[in-house]
Design a protein around this ligand. Structure first.
Ligand code: ADP
Ligand code: MG
Length: 696
C-alpha cells in the first residue's frame, strides 16, 4: 500500500502538472493513494429514473428525466438565485442555484431533455432541488449500474473537473495496479471477515452490487479507523510509559485553608468525587491528561480552583486558559475574589494587557511569586515563561487549536498536568476518537436549589406575550438575554436584524437599561457592554452568540433566542445554560418563524422536552452528523475522515479500537516484521497530519 504514495498523480493520463497542483491545493490529493482514497459520497443507480409525482420525504436522492420549462432570477444580494421549473410530464419541480447563475442559465436549453440528480427538499409544500447534477441524456446513455458521485470543490467544478472526470482517473489508476500488499494483518482480516485491500478499492469505485459495495465500505471504514486508533493508542501508550509527571503528594496550607475557611458552598457529591479522581491522578507520578465534562452550571470552576491549590501546595505554579477575553476576565475575577485574601497572587493576561502590567507578570512568573495566571491565548505565547508550571486548566478547550495546546509543553521541563474542561457533552464514539485515551471525569450533578429551566417554543404571533413575560421578570429585578444568530455567510443581513432587534427592545422596554454586544465590536467596547450586564447596570443584554460560552450572571433568568431554527442543538443548549444559574426560576424562549421544516421543528421540540446535555448531543450527532461537533471541537486537529463517520459507524469505531488494542498488546511499537507495512503506512498518513495523539 505504501508504494501508492510514490506514484505521483501528475503522471496519470489526463491529469498533468497543472491539474495535479490544483488537486493538491483543493483536496490534498498528491499521489495514487490519495486519489484512490477519494471516495464517492453516494451512488447513483443509473438504471433508475424517478417520477416527479412519486417524490416523497423518504428519498435521499432522486434521478429525474425531463425538460426545463422556464428559468427566472429571483431575490437580491446574498439571496439572489436562479429558479428553474423542471417537468417530466408527471409533475413539475423547482430547481434552484445560488451561484454561477449566468453560466447555468446559458448552459441549459429549455425544451431539451436532461437527467437531473439531487436531493429533494420540501418547502412550503413544494418540492425543489438545490444545485442538482445535470446531464444531457446523450452523455450518460451508455452507463448503467451504480456510479459513484465524488465530492468536488467549487474551484474544481469551475475548471471543468466533474465527478465523471474523477471516475475516469480512478479507473485508470486502478487498472495500472496489479497487487496491493494488504497493510492489515491477515489475522485481523479473517477475525473481522474483511475484504482485501485491492478488491475493496475496486469495488468502492465501481460496485457490481449493493451487497459487495457494503462489504467494501466496511473494510475501508475499518481500515481508516484502525489506522487512526493505532496511531492514537501507540503514542498514548508510549507517553504513559515514558512521560514522568510531577508527583503532587502533598495537600497543604493553600488547599486546606481555602477548603475549610473560604469555600463558598458545600461541594456537591460529584464535585467531591471528581476532585478525588484528579488528586489521585496528579499524585501518581505520571503526567495527567484528563477531560472534565460537566454540564453548564455544574461547578467546574471550583473544581479547577481546588486542584490548582494542590499544585501550589506542591511548589508549582498553575495556569488557566479561557477561549475569550470576557471569559478569562470573569474567571480571573472569580478566582482572585476567592483566593486573594489567602495571599495567593492571581493575575490576568490577555491581548489587551498593558505593557507595564505585562512586565510585572513576566517578572513574577519567572521568580515564582505569581501563583496563578489566568488568561486567553496570550498565555501560550513564547515569551510567557513560568518558573515551574505544574498544572494547566483549559476551559472549553474546543476553542483552542491543537497547535496552541502543544506550545504549553514547552513551558516546563517536566510536562504539567493538564485538565481540559468542557460543557459540551461528547458522545462516546466521538470521545474515543478525538480524545484517544484521555481519562475522563464527569460532574453529573448540578448544585442544589437549581430549578430546571422552563423552555418554550414560540412563533412570531406570540411575540407580544413573550415581551410581556420578559417585562414581568424585569419588574421582579431579574435580567434577560436576547440572542440573535450571526452566521458568517450573511453577516450584513444578520447584523441588520440584530440592530433592529436592539432598537425594538429599547422601544419596548423604555424604562430599562439595554446593553448590546456583537462579535464585530472592538474588544474594549464588548467588554464594557458585557460588564454593564454582569454588574447589573444593564437589565437586558441584546447579543449574538459571543455570550455562548461560560458567561456567568446568576441574576439573569430569561434567555430569548431569536431565529432559534438557525441554531444547532448543542449551541442552543449552551445558550440556555446562561440562565438557571441562580435560585430564581429561569426561562428559555425559542423564537421561530412559523414555517419551518419538519425536522427543524423536531429539533426545537426536543429542546423543550429535555435539559439533558448528553441526550441533546447524541440527538445532534444523529441529526446533523458529527461535522459540527468535530468542527468546533477539533479545529486545527485535521481529523479528516474519508469514509468512516463517527456519527453512524460507532460499531466499527469500537471494532477498530479493540483490534488496535490487541495488536499493540502483542507488538506495542509495531516493530515485528509482519507489521512493518502497517507501521510505514501509519507514518506516511499521519506525518502529514498533526499528531494530536501526543497532545491531547
Ligand atoms: P460551569 O461548570 O458551567 O463552568 P461554574 O463553575 O461557572 O459552572 O458554576 C456555576 C455556578 O454555580 C457559579 O455561580 C458557581 O459559583 C456555582 N456553584 C459551583 N459549585 C457550587 C456548589 N457546590 N453549590 C452551589 N453553587 C455552586
Ligand atoms: Mg465554566
Amino acid at each position: 500500500m505504501d508504494s501508492l504514495f510514490r506514484l505521483d498523480i501528475k503522471y496519470l493520463k489526463g491529469i498533468g502538472p497543472a491539474r495535479a497542483q490544483l488537486l493538491d491545493k483543493e483536496l490534498g490529493i498528491k499521489n495514487y493513494y490519495d486519489l484512490l482514497h477519494h471516495f464517492p459520497t453516494h451512488y447513483i443507480d443509473r438504471s433508475r429514473i424517478y417520477r416527479i409525482a412519486d417524490i416523497n420525504g423518504e428519498m435521499p436522492y432522486v434521478q429525474l428525466r425531463g425538460r426545463f420549462v422556464s428559468f427566472a432570477e429571483q431575490g437580491e444580494g446574498a439571496k439572489r438565485r436562479l429558479v428553474a421549473l423542471f417537468s417530466d410530464g408527471s409533475g413539475v419541480i423547482e430547481i434552484v442555484w445560488f451561484n454561477r447563475i449566468r453560466q447555468i442559465s446559458e448552459a441549459y436549453t429549455p425544451g431539451n431533455e436532461y437527467i437531473l440528480f439531487g436531493k429533494p427538499n420540501q418547502f412550503n409544500n413544494r418540492w425543489s432541488i438545490v444545485h442538482p447534477e445535470v446531464d444531457t441524456t446523450a452523455s450518460i446513455a451508455a452507463t448503467t449500474g451504480m456510479r459513484g458521485v465524488y465530492p468536488l470543490t467549487e474551484k474544481l467544478r469551475n475548471r471543468g473537473i466533474s465527478s465523471r472526470t474523477f471516475h475516469t482517473w480512478i479507473q485508470t489508476a486502478l487498472s495500472a495496479i496489479k497487487i496491493i500488499n494488504d497493510p492489515i494483518p491477515d489475522e485481523i482480516l479473517s477475525r473481522y471477515r474483511l475484504t482485501g485491500a485491492l478488491e475493496a478499492l475496486r469495488t468502492v469505485h465501481n460496485p457490481a452490487s449493493a451487497q459487495m459495495l457494503q462489504q467494501a465500505r466496511l473494510r475501508l471504514k475499518f481500515e481508516e479507523l484502525f489506522l487512526l486508533q493505532l496511531n492514537i493508542q501507540r503514542y498514548a501508550r508510549r507517553r504513559k510509559h515514558t512521560l514522568a509527571g510531577y508527583r503532587f503528594a502533598h495537600i497543604g496550607e493553600n488547599f486546606n485553608s481555602f477548603y475549610f475557611n473560604r469555600l463558598p458552598f458545600e461541594l456537591t457529591g460529584a464535585q467531591k468525587r471528581v476532585i478525588k479522581e484528579i488528586r489521585a491522578d496528579m499524585g501518581s507520578g505520571r503526567q495527567m491528561n484528563r477531560l472534565l465534562q460537566g454540564d453548564v452550571g455544574s461547578g467546574k470552576t471550583l473544581v479547577a480552583l481546588l486542584c490548582m491549590l494542590i499544585a501550589l501546595d506542591n511548589g508549582t505554579q498553575a495556569c488557566l486558559m479561557a477561549p475569550t477575553e470576557i471569559l478569562a476576565t470573569q474567571h480571573y475575577e472569580t478566582l482572585s475574589g476567592l483566593v486573594a485574601p489567602l495571599g495567593i497572587n492571581v493575575k490576568l493576561l490577555t491581548g489587551s494587557t498593558r505593557k507595564k502590567e505585562r512586565d510585572i507578570i513576566d517578572r513574577q512568573l519567572a521568580d515564582g511569586s505569581l501563583h496563578i495566571l489566568v488568561g486567553t491565548h496570550a498565555v501560550i505565547e513564547d515569551r510567557v515563561q513560568f518558573r515551574q508550571l505544574g498544572f494547566v486548566v483549559i476551559d472549553e478547550q474546543h476553542r483552542f487549536g491543537v497547535v496552541q495546546r502543544a506550545r504549553l509543553w514547552k513551558k516546563s521541563a517536566v510536562p504539567p498536568h493538564v485538565l481540559v474542561m468542557t460543557a459540551t457533552p461528547i458522545p462516546r464514539t466521538l470521545a474515543m476518537t478525538i480524545y484517544g485515551d484521555l481519562d475522563v471525569s464527569v460532574i453529573d450533578e448540578l448544585p442544589p436549589g437549581r430549578k430546571p429551566i422552563v423552555t418554550l417554543l414560540r412563533y412570531e404571533d406570540r411575540r407580544y406575550d413573550v415581551y410581556k413575560s420578559i417585562g414581568a421578570q424585569l419588574r421582579a429585578g431579574r435580567q434577560a438575554y436576547i440572542v440573535y444568530p450571526l452566521i458568517k455567510e450573511n453577516e450584513k443581513l444578520d447584523l441588520k436584524s440584530l440592530e433592529e432587534g436592539y432598537e425594538t427592545i429599547r422601544e419596548t422596554f423604555p424604562s430599562y437599561r439595554v446593553a448590546f454586544v456583537h462579535g464585530q465590536m472592538k474588544p474594549a467596547e464588548k467588554d464594557r457592554q458585557m460588564n454593564l450586564f454582569a454588574t447589573h447596570q444593564a437589565d437586558i443584554l441584546v447579543a449574538t452568540t459571543v455570550i455562548e460560552v461560560g458567561v456567568n450572571v446568576p441574576n439573569a433568568t430569561t434567555m430569548v433566542i431569536e431565529n432559534a431554527e438557525r441554531f444547532g442543538l448543542s449551541q442552543l443548549h449552551q445558550l440556555r445554560g446562561r440562565v438557571g444559574r441562580g435560585e430564581g426560576q429561569s426561562y428559555c424562549v425559542l423564537m421561530s418563524k412559523h414555517k419551518i421544516a419538519a425536522d427543524t421543528r423536531k429539533r426545537l421540540e426536543l429542546m423543550t422536552s429535555t435539559t439533558d446535555g448528553f441526550l441533546i448531543a447524541e440527538a445532534d450527532l444523529k441529526m446533523r452528523g458529527p461535522g459540527d461537533l468535530e468542527g468546533t471541537m477539533q479545529s486545527g486537529m485535521m481529523l479528516n475522515l474519508n469514509i468512516a463517520s463517527l456519527a453512524t459507524d460507532g460499531q466499527i469505531v469500537q471494532m477498530a479500537r479493540d483490534a488496535a488494542d490487541s495488536l499493540l498488546d502483542t507488538d506495542p511499537e509495531l516493530a515485528q516484521p509482519e507489521h512493518t507495512r502497517l507501521s510505514k503506512l501509519i507514518n506516511l498518513i499521519f506525518d502529514r497530519k498533526i499528531d494530536f495523539s501526543l497532545i491531547s
